[in-house]
Design a protein around this ligand. Structure first.
Ligand code: 6GU
Length: 243
């Protein structure tokens, strides 16, 4: 997969992309990141990427031409690449969006910066994404979060394919609680069932815990989780006890 990123601050990406899993994914040639500074696509001697807003008002607005030319350059290798614009006004990025993007061969992420960008830039994007209801100074951190979430879904990137499937959100359920040694620490004990070696019981306990935790912390997700009648019954029982 090729991920091209148009940004005025390509150096911001070096830390996240040159460590840990994303670094390994590149070494394994499972992903290639190409950072494009759209300031390189300005034609004036001041290399201006923004300008004052028509109609007045405070702040600067990103000009359309450098982004247009940067985008043309990015698309040269693959004209049908999916173009994603990062903006707080976009649809919220979810695990499902990550899964859809991970299936693409080539994506282009455009990071806005400053107060905003010329509205015409929107017309060149296939998709507008936000990573949540808060405002960042630019799309770069969003592009990093999205790249990370997408790349870890590419087959072969994670140690075992199972790790991605059992994630929080993968089945619209949060992760079950995990423990490692020691069995007791500071008076806090690992649940007995996990020490039992009884695999079927452990699986059942984990599923119950994931369901319960989702119901308590993220009830909004539960509607999208496929629960059996027995699991719904279990949940009603537990919630009666808890509330
Ligand atoms: Cl994609 N950009 C900016 N500037 N702020 C955000 C965002 C994106 N997603 C959440 N907040």
């Amino acid at each position: 997969m090729i991920i091209q990123i148009l940004s005025l601050f390509p150096e911001m990406f070096y830390g996240p992309f040159q460590n840990s899993i994303l670094k390994r994914a590149q070494e394994l040639k499972l992903v290639e990141f190409r950072l494009i500074n759209f300031r390189d696509f300005t034609l004036d001697k001041h290399r201006m990427v923004d300008d004052i807003p028509y109609g007045g008002g405070s702040g600067m607005v990103l000009k359309p031409e450098p982004i247009y030319r940067g985008l043309q350059f990015a698309k040269e290798t693959k004209p049908e690449a999916k173009v994603v614009l990062l903006t707080p006004q976009g649809q919220t990025f979810k695990q499902q969006t990550a899964e859809q993007l991970a299936a693409a061969e080539h994506i282009i992420l455009i990071c806005g910066h400053y107060e905003g960008f010329d509205e015409r830039i929107r017309s060149w994007a296939d998709l507008e994404l936000s990573i949540g209801d808060y405002v960042l100074t630019g799309g770069e951190l969003a592009a990093m979060a999205i790249s990370d979430a997408v790349v870890r879904l590419i087959p072969g990137v994670l140690g075992s394919d199972e790790s991605a499937q059992k994630d929080s959100f993968a089945g619209n359920l949060l992760d079950y609680p995990q423990y490692t040694r020691p069995a007791e620490f500071e008076g806090l004990c690992v649940p007995e069932v996990l020490l039992s070696g009884h695999h079927a019981r452990i699986e059942a306990w984990r599923r119950e815990q994931a369901i319960l935790r989702t119901a308590l912390r993220r009830p909004d997700l539960l509607a999208g989780a496929a629960l059996t009648e027995r699991e719904k019954q279990f949940l009603r029982q537990e919630l009666d006890l808890k509330i």
